[in-house]
Ligand binder design. Sequence first.
Ligand SMILES: [Fe+2]
Length: 214
Amino acid sequence: MISPLIEQMFAEIFCVNLRDLRETKFKLLFIMKKEAIKLWPELEWIKDKDLREKTTKTWQLALERSVLTPDDLKKIPFTLLCGPDLKVTFMDHKRSVVHIARDAGNTINGMYKGELTCNMDVVIAGAILADVGKLIEYVLDENGKAIQGVYGKYLRHPFSGVSLAEECGVPAEVCHIIATHAGEGNMVKRTTEAYVVHHADFMTFLPFKERLTV
Ligand SMILES: [Fe+2]
């Protein structure tokens, strides 16, 4: 978020009226919130209002800071490893991971006699946020293609995602899912919810990267 002092400096440097600047910022925030909700109908599945709002706010913040627009997210391939012709888009894959994680969590809660349980709000928020950091990991090259930027090389999306989410007050059990959903998480113990999101993500990624065909 931009501090009032920086806002004032910006307004003075660029000779913009401070009230107009704040109004524009407010409008931008409002637009990005609407875009985040449009991208993610699954936000409605989070029952806890506070967690739902913090999850939405994290996407809103990422959209504000990203060079990628919501339209780009519906067009760019979900992984850079499978070539430019892949039809499955970033949003197709991210949303499918949330659906698979929800189905897996519900099955665990329904069939394991309480000996293994899954907090559904945590699993859904974690799945929605797992790749939010990609919005600041990627930049656009001279041909408009999404590539990993310098910041993204230093801090891959599990790290930048946690940074964005913590800024929006997302609790540690959800940040843990963002932090451990990819290969980095193999170095630490995962919660049940983090295992669910990790496997939902990787079971639909690895066969695109490499699969046995006979
Ligand atoms: Fe990821």
